[in-house]
Design a protein around this ligand. Structure first.
Ligand code: FMN
Length: 316
């Protein structure tokens, strides 16, 4: 993305995060705002996440030659502009009718990795086209229907998604007060089931139940929720199958688990053959009371030093 500013021009966009948040609240629909801003429970984990960043202070070093700077980074063989990536964020159409497409395009322009959520609101293929030559990863919410899982992974691999990241902290949505009070579940209002609606296996499942998504979008969304989430967890026993399946489909591309918060689970992830983990608590949107991710990351990095392999990625 290119931006240029003449001396007589004033930047109309604020760079102050609090003011940006206020502007987002003004601009978004009520549902979009609630979905973006709701945290689990009393938001204590959301607060802990922020406090951990305030607590970890930087000690600036002086008289270092910083005239030529290089933030370039490499993740899983991809050279990116910085060690920063676009986290998976679902249902982008509740923010803008184009949904994930412009976000994927900007990620490519910035040369940063883009991660598409299974709860995305554009098809896997269209997001891939918008991302073009960019680096992209696929975040899997694993259905309880293996044929559907295989179909989603096959489409992702064919569309150039070069890693699979399984999110493990969201078998059920957290208790988010504003969303609950306003029944703010886009899937039940015809938005956010797009990865399913464009999937041949899920289309078969809909047809078997007599659900026509054109005339019954809410029922189709409800079935998508039912097939993928709805409180049914997978456990460690399923992971070797998923890794093997993804590796076969993708020709050996990396597999990571997102949602890890403890040294014990990080070690298990290595044991079962993951290529990386994402240390995350879903921005405090799932388990209120969970430890701050930055504190967890510190412990995991310390705890893994004796254990890890050189290529193991602990966060992105
Ligand atoms: C509005 C919103 C939607 C999100 N949707 C998803 C999603 O679909 N899949 C997912 O794995 N994470 C999702 N996340 C979590 C983010 O990917 C990311 O983990 C989080 O924003 C950063 O917190 P962390 O540092 O604890 O990871 C979402 C977060 C927000 C704020």
């Amino acid at each position: 993305m290119q931006s240029s500013c003449r001396a007589d021009q004033i930047l109309r966009q604020t760079t102050d995060p609090d003011k940006l948040e206020e502007r987002a609240k003004e601009k978004l629909s009520e549902g979009g705002w609630y979905y973006a801003s709701s945290n689990a429970g009393y938001s204590t984990t959301h607060l802990a996440n922020r406090q951990a960043f305030y607590r970890h202070r930087i000690i600036p070093r002086m008289l270092v030659d910083t005239n030529k700077r290089d933030t370039a980074h490499e993740i899983w063989g991809h050279k990116t502009s910085a060690p920063i990536g676009f986290s998976p964020v679902g249902i982008n159409k509740i923010y803008h009718p184009d949904g994930e497409l412009p976000v994927a395009q900007v990620a490519k322009e910035l040369n940063l990795p883009y991660c598409l959520s299974t709860a995305g609101s554009q098809s896997i293929e269209d997001v891939a086209a918008a991302n073009g030559e960019g680096t992209r990863f696929f975040q899997l919410y694993m259905p309880h229907d293996d044929e559907l899982t295989v179909s989603l992974l096959t489409r992702a691999a064919k569309s150039g998604f070069s890693a699979c990241i399984l999110t493990t902290d969201t078998w059920q949505l957290g208790w988010r007060h504003d969303d609950v009070a306003n029944s703010n579940y886009a899937f039940y209002h015809g938005i956010g089931a797009d990865l399913g609606l464009t999937d041949p296996v899920f289309q078969k499942r809909l047809a078997a139940d007599g659900i026509d998504p054109k005339t019954m979008p809410n029922e189709a969304g409800a079935k998508w929720i039912d097939n993928v989430w709805h409180g049914r967890a997978h456990d460690w026993k399923k992971i070797p199958w998923l890794i093997k399946t993804w590796k076969e489909i993708s020709g050996g591309k990396p597999f990571a688990i997102k949602g890890i918060q403890s040294v014990a689970d990080a070690k298990k992830a290595v044991e079962v053959g993951c290529d990386g983990i994402v240390v995350s608590n879903h921005a405090g949107r799932q388990v209120d009371g969970a430890v701050a991710s930055l504190d967890a990351l510190e412990k995991i990095v310390d705890g893994m030093l004796l254990f890890t392999f050189p290529s193991f990625t602990t966060a992105y």
